[in-house]
Structure formats: C-alpha cells, structure tokens
Design a binder for this molecule. Structure first.
Ligand code: FAD
Length: 540
C-alpha cells in the first residue's frame, strides 16, 4: 500500500473528487484499478474565504514500485507505514511470574494495565477513587450541590483526570513506534467513534469516555487482571540493601492492609499531592518541575467560529472551532492557551476541601454555548518556587485557597469580565457572556488570586490575542479562576529503563510523574512503562 499526503480539496467537494485528485497527483489513467482509503483528514482555515480539507490517503494499486520510482524523494508519496503494535514480551505459561501492581486507573495506569494483561501478566490495578459510575455521581455532586468528595471527584477515581473532559486525543510527542495508534485502536474497540482513527484532532467528549473506561475494565478482567477501588496507597515498603540499593517490596494501604509487590507502576496523576509528600518522605527521588497557572476564559462559541471560519462557520465538516494562542511578554513570561474546549463548560476541578481550581470539558457534540480555554503563564522552580522539590504544590495550594475565599468559600469560583480585569477594577456583575462554571461564579478581582507577574503577563497578552482572533479581548469575555493544575508540579525521576532513579522496580509514569501531558501521551507512557515492567519481570 502507498500513502499519499497533502491532498487539498475545497470544503464542499463531492466524494469522488478525492479519487480524482489521487489519480491526477499520480498521473494514473481513469481505467487503472485503484482503491483509496482516508488515513487522516485535517482542515486548513488560514484563508477563511478558501478553507481546505487536507487528506492523507492509503491507496491500493498495482505496481507500487513503479509509482514510487516516479516520485523519488517526494515526502508526500511513500509506502504506508506499518502502524501495527507488537508486544515486546509475554508472560511464561503457568502464571508463575509475580503479578505487577499498577497504582492509578487513569489513562496511564489503564494502558499499563491493559498491555500487561494482554501480555499475560495479570496486573492488579489499585485506585483510591470509585468505580466510574459512582464517581460520576460524586463529581456532579460538587458541580450541582457544592459538595466535594475528597477521594472521588474530577481528579480521583476510575478513568483518572481525563474522564470528565473534552476528550481531546492528540499529542505533539514524538511517536516513532505509532503507539498512539495502538491507544486509539483500543479506544475504538472500547466504543469510541471510528473517526478518531482518521481525524487530525480527534475528541470524544465526556459521556463516551465513561462507557469506554468500563469496557476496558471488562477486557482487563477477562484477561486475568484485577481492580481494587477505594484503595489508596499511603506508604511504600522499600528494601534497603547494605550497598545502598533500594528495591520496592510492598505497599501499605489506607485501610491498614499490606500488598506485597515486586513491580509497581506509579501512575497517580498530577493531583496526588499527599502521595508526592509520602514519596519524598520515603526518599524516592522527586524534583520540582515547571508548570503553569492562570485562569479559564470563555467566549460565545459563535464568536470563535466566525473569527476562524468566516462565512463557513457552522459547516458540519468543520465542527466547533478551536484555537491555540501564545505570546511572550515584556516581563519574560509566556502566556498561552491551554486545553481549549470548543462548545463546552468550565468545570470545578479541585480534589482538596477549601480549594478552587478550574478546567474545561465538553460533550462529543461540542454544542454548548461557550468556548473555553485556559489562559496560563509558564512558571519554573528556579524563579518562582525555589527550595523544596514540593514547593510547587505549596504554591498551587496557596492560590487555590485564595480562589476559594475570593469565590465566597462555597466552591463558587472567583470571576471577572475581561474588561474589568484589564482595567484593574473588581467586577460587580457580568456582561453578555454567561459563565458556565458550576456551582457558580462570584464577581470579584482575580488579581487577588494570582501572582502579580502572572496578572501583568495576562494583561499584556489578552489584547495581543484580540488582534489574532477578533473579539477575543471583548470586555464581556469571562475569566474564571484559578487554573493551577495544568501539569504536575513534580517529576518522579526515572532512568532510561523506566525504574525510579533510586528505587528499583518502582516505575513512575504518566502525568503525575512528569512524563506526559494529556490523555494520549499518558496512555502512550503507560504502554512504554508496561513494556519496561514486562522485560524486567522476565529478566528476573
Ligand atoms: P490521572 O488521569 O490523573 O490518573 C491518576 C489516578 O491515580 C487517579 O484515578 C487517582 O484516583 C489515582 N491515584 C492517585 N493517587 C493514588 C494513590 N495514592 N493510591 C491509589 N490511587 C491513586 N487531556 C487531554 O489530552 N485532553 C483533554 O481534553 C483533557 N481534558 C481535561 C479536562 C479535565 C477536567 C481534566 C481534569 C484534565 C483534562 N486533561 C485532558 C488532562 C488529562 O486528563 C490528564 O493528562 C491525564 O488524565 C493524565 O493521566 P494519568 O493516568 O497520568 O493520571
């Protein structure tokens, strides 16, 4: 099969135009037998008056070698890559190997568990939160009634942090082994729409994620894996040899139980602050890492659609428009859009009582009234939170508590119109953009909930963004805070072999360990970590 890329067609092209474009590109006559399958579809909306669909296609045709010979060095005509996944190891027959333990049932732990199960290692997956249906009720409990369940919420429980999300499934990480394809294929098997395999920027929205997570649990269990929910790991049992080598031996659980464990995947996500403290206390190598803080911004989705797509706004092939923005400021800070959710809602994303943190989610249809996105400022340990490896957690907590108080100490979030924010004037009400955050938004001054350098940077960047997307800096655009959980504030450092730098057979993985940012990259890291665990078990 051959892969032909960069085929551009107008938005409303008839279906047969694609095959015609392939024939024209390759110089194939109409009577040459040809089969064309779409491998990837993106849109190019740089010229709003001439929006294009951009295809990569796989073609089946006789005499591929002769065609390739006519396009030497052309990066857009090549053999279709082999994207199939191959297991790096298999458990020996007879269930004789120790069962690996995976801490965390988010995308990273889920894929680590799935791959280990598919290789025959019968993993045990622990999660401090609840099974996804029960967790959904608790999460909505905060959003609807302002009641936070500290062990079962938007961050903790089956499916992990991305369960109630926009379900964006792309990543900019290098993926030479096409592990992302393995992730998307498993998601489709679990019930995701098949177009996630071909869309350049696929997303699945919240409700489908819930059923997919359940489906994947059933698969893992059918392969001999086991889940234990409501099982928080509170301490590690580490063997210290006389030569100083440290090796994981078991896990102490919150209910007082003990689980012997010779190989442990640590996929606890970026909000397991108590677990980070425990790891640090136990001497596991942890270091501070950069992350970002800021606010969520909301505009009517129609404004963004018209700014992006002009007269084609609302076209079914384009969907709700997304955006990506970045500005480097005079104070040497970078402000950028983060986790943009077209047609979605801003959600309460705290896992700690007395704190407020924001994030965004959407349904598959992306049909809600507002577009939302984080507008965040990059911060780093040396400049902004020097000292302890855990200082970033203290900084997050400080501003999340400030947001809780500014919001009225009821889990309502502090909010401000963009016009008032730029004028350094507290808001006393809202304009034409209705904030979507639940349980509610309290008009106030967001400068009370963010460091001065972040406020200054955002005040510089927002008008710049308004020149890129007309209406972006409209005075009624709505800001809600605070966005603090953009990525992990720590790295649980590992070596090339995926073992913790100073604790053998402990495999830090995913977003919490600082090795992923987003659902797809966390899942890919779960696969890589499962492979490292399997090779380590077989070598023992
Ligand atoms: P997590 O998903 O955080 O999973 C960690 C798991 O570990 C949790 O289930 C937790 O309960 C468990 N755990 C923690 N500590 C312990 C312990 N001590 N013992 C036992 N279990 C423990 N990313 C995207 O790519 N696209 C999006 O559209 C998107 N939208 C998002 C929307 C929201 C509201 C949020 C909060 C996040 C969103 N993200 C999105 C980010 C994405 O969810 C994360 O990058 C991803 O979930 C990280 O996966 P993970 O498996 O590393 O960690």
């Amino acid at each position: 099969m051959l892969r032909l890329s960069d085929i551009k067609l107008p938005l409303d092209h008839p279906p047969e135009a694609l095959t015609a474009a392939v024939r024209a590109r390759l110089g194939l006559a109409d009577d040459v037998p040809l089969d064309v399958a779409i491998a990837r579809r993106a849109n190019d909306a740089r010229r709003r008056t001439a929006i294009l669909l951009v295809y990569s296609v796989d073609i089946t045709v006789a005499d591929e070698d002769a065609i390739l010979a006519r396009f030497p060095g052309d990066p857009h005509v090549r053999r279709t890559p082999d994207t199939g996944y191959r297991f790096v190891a298999h458990a020996p027959p007879g269930n004789t190997t120790p069962r690996p333990v995976v801490i965390g049932a988010g995308p990273c732990g889920l894929f680590a568990g799935l791959i280990l199960a598919q290789m025959g290692y019968r993993p045990i997956i622990l999660d401090r939160g609840k099974v996804v249906r029960e967790r959904t009720k608790d999460t909505w409990g905060l959003w609807r009634r302002g009641v936070l369940e500290p062990e079962s919420n938007v961050q903790f429980g089956e499916g992990g942090a991305g369960t109630f999300s926009d379900g964006k499934l792309w990543s900019q990480i290098k993926d030479p082994r096409f592990l992302g394809r393995k992730v998307l294929t498993e998601f489709v098997t679990a019930g995701a729409p098949p177009e996630i395999l071909t869309e350049a920027h696929p997303h699945i929205g919240t409700f489908r994620l819930v059923t997919m997570v359940e489906h994947m649990r059933a698969t893992i269990e059918s392969l001999g894996g086991e889940y234990r929910f409501g099982t928080r790991v509170d301490d590690l049992d580490i063997d210290e040899a006389t030569d100083g080598t440290r090796t994981i031996r078991g896990l102490h659980l919150a209910d007082g139980g003990y689980l012997a464990a010779s190989h442990v995947v640590l996929a606890v996500g970026h909000s397991a602050r108590d677990t980070f403290h425990m790891l640090h206390d136990r001497g596991v190598h942890v270091e501070a890492k950069p992350f970002s803080i800021g606010v969520r911004i909301e505009h009517p989705q129609g404004w963004i659609d018209r700014a992006r797509f002009g007269a084609c706004a609302g076209h079914p092939d384009l969907g709700a428009a997304a955006y990506s923005l970045s500005h480097h400021c005079k104070n040497d800070r970078t402000v950028y859009s983060f986790c943009m959710c077209p047609g979605g809602t801003v959600v309460a994303a705290t896992s700690e009582p007395g704190h407020v943190a924001t994030n965004g989610m959407s349904q598959y249809s992306r049909a809600e009234r507002n577009a939302n996105s984080g507008i965040v400022v990059g911060i780093d340990p040396a400049r902004d939170f020097p000292g302890s490896p855990l200082a970033g957690i203290a900084l997050q907590r400080h501003w999340e508590r400030a947001a809780f108080v500014a919001g009225g100490s009821s889990y309502a979030a502090p909010g401000q119109t963009l016009g008032d924010f730029l004028a350094a004037r507290p808001s006393t009400g809202f304009g034409s953009v209705e904030p979507s955050y639940r349980p509610g938004v309290h008009p106030t001054d967001l400068a009370e909930c963010l460091p001065d350098y972040a406020v200054a940077a955002m005040r510089e960047a927002l008008p710049v963004f308004g020149r890129q997307i007309p209406g972006y800096d409209h005075p009624d655009a709505m800001l809600t805070g605070v966005e603090t959980r953009t990525s992990s504030p720590v790295r649980i450092t590992r070596g090339q072999d995926h073992h913790s730098l100073n604790t053998r057979n402990l495999f830090p993985a995913g977003e919490g360990a600082g090795y992923a940012g987003g659902i797809l990259s966390a899942a890919i890291d779960g696969i890589k970590t499962a492979e490292a665990v399997a090779l380590s078990i077989n070598a023992a």
